[in-house]
Each structure stands twice: as structure tokens, then as C-alpha cells.
Design a protein. Sequence first.
Length: 360
Amino acid sequence: MQHASASLDPHRHADALFAAFLRSDPAFDGLFFVGVRTTGVFCRLTCRARKAKRENVEFFRSTDEAVHAGFRPCLRCRPTQPRSEHGAVEALRAHVEADPGRRWTADDLAAMGHDPSTVRRAFRRIYGITFAQFARQARLGHGLAEMHKGRLVITAQHEAGYASSSGFREAVTRLVGEAPRRTVGRPFLATQWIDTPIGAMLSVADDDGVHLLEFADRTALPSELERLRTHVGPLGFHPHRWLETLATQLEAYFAGTRTRFDVPLVQRGSAFERDVWTALREIPIGTTTTYGQLARQLGRPTAARAVARANGANTLAILVPCHRVIGADGSMVGYSGKVWRKQWLLEHERRLSDGRHDSR
């Protein structure tokens, strides 16, 4: 049976649809989509991102209509995915976050009405890992966090849902590269996902500050994590005050209410690389520079290529704004977070600097 809301005309009934958008009414999910002119993104009406102003939105009956109107799909609510798949992923993620120590089985998923193979594929499409891997990361992070609070290894093993010590050690080794007993007394790096309008980002921090903020699809991410494991300490998925602060500040940045970040940053590199990263942070928002200009600014006019390499070695996307460096001909080059994101960030910051951004 067709829901009554499906008969609404998106133009004649825009006010009613906007009211449904403000309350994230699930009855409209998948039936209508909202395009936000200030970001160029279209969303589900149930999207958890900050709501746009009435004058900045328009509504569509389908994702095709939104795309043809020039909007890109939101990478947070993923409007192009089937409604049932999106809802299942969100619900299961909430279950895992509410009970991170639970050991999930295929039977558990089936008992909740989910097909395990469908769930596996859906999580891989959204997070790049299967549901079992997603749940295991949460379980290991929970167990390791307990262990680092002074609990016995056997207690942490139980918290993580592993029946044998050998199984726990093997799983932890795959995640942090060391057996659990060797992690005690070493710096422990907290790891969390942060959702943004242009894609999921992985963040890593300890008490010294934020060590890494990268888009999940960055090719160099595995090697960057390995360097952190080797030179700083083990990683685990659990909360940390700097990651909470970072998530809040990023949300404000994408909403257009913050232009600077004040979380402490930790970057390890050569003296030249650190000089380049410092220079990147001094580029005013809303402006760009080139590799050659940065080289001259650093007193190394022939070192444009070295500047480009240091730019590529930056592990703190957005916070150390390497996206503000463009080619000498104005081209969008040298951004491992993907060119479309670089263009999006520069346009977003141009609006912020002009004071013309209508916050979501």
C-alpha cells in the first residue's frame, strides 16, 4: 500500500516536507529527498546532519531528480542506498555502540530479521569492512580500554568476548600488532570514526593530541597506522577527550560556524616537513597557494617538489590544510583525499571567508 505522504507534490507541498525534514520523520524516508543549495548535497529527510534553513533547500521525488538538478549524494545518510539497507546498518551500528563487548553471531542477526550476507555486504559498502569486523573492532577496543584502566588481562579477554586467551591474543595482534601484555605501560592510541558530509574519517589521538585524521579511503592509511603502531604505541577503538573535541569542532566547521581548530596536534617528520606543515596552517582560510610559493616562503625556491612530498606526508587532513595548495596553473593536484573533496573544501571555505555561508 502506498503511504499517503507519497502523493505530496514536492513543489506545492514544500513547507510540509520541510516540517518532516526538521523532525526527521521516518515516514518520509526514501519517498522524498532534500537538496541543500549551500553545500550542493542531497540527503534523506531523516539525515542526522544539521538541518539547513528553509530558503536553502528544495525537495525531490527521487535520487535521479536530485542528481540531475546538480546535487551530490550525502556521504552521511547515503540516500542512493535502498531504504531497508540504510536503516539496517544504522540500527546495527547503534546496537554495537550500545553494547561494544557483545560477540555477534549470524544467528543473532537472523533473529533480528536480517540476512547475514546482506548485512556483511552493506557494512563493507559503507565502512569498507564487514559487520563482523566492525563489531570485533568495538569489542577489542572495549576490552583493551578495560585492561588499560587496570583490569586483569583475563578480565579484558572476557569483556572482549573471547573464550580462549590465544584467540584474544591473535585478534589483538591483528589490530594493534602486539600481544595484550606488551601493550601495558605503553602509550595507548584511541581510534574513532568521525562521519562528515564528504566521507567517513578515521581519527587517532592520545593525551598529547591528535596524531591522525584521514579519509577512510586514503590509499596510504594502512601504512600510516602501521607507523603509529611502530613509533608511538598500540591502537584501539575507544573514546578519548581529544577525539570528542575534534568531532565537535569538525561538525561546526562543516556547518559553517567554525573556521579554526584548537585541538593539540602531534606530527612526526623531518625538520623540513615540520616547516612545511607549519606553513600550511598559516594559509588563510578561503585562499590558496602553490608548491612553488610555499618553497619560496620557506627560503627554498628550488624545493617545490620537496614541498609537494611533505604536503603528501601530512596525516592531519583539514586540520593541517594541505588542500589549500594547488598547481601553478590553478589545477586541483596532489590531494590524496580525492580531487572532488579538495574542490568541495575550497568552495566551502571560500563561502566561509566571504561570510556568505548559511549554516546547516
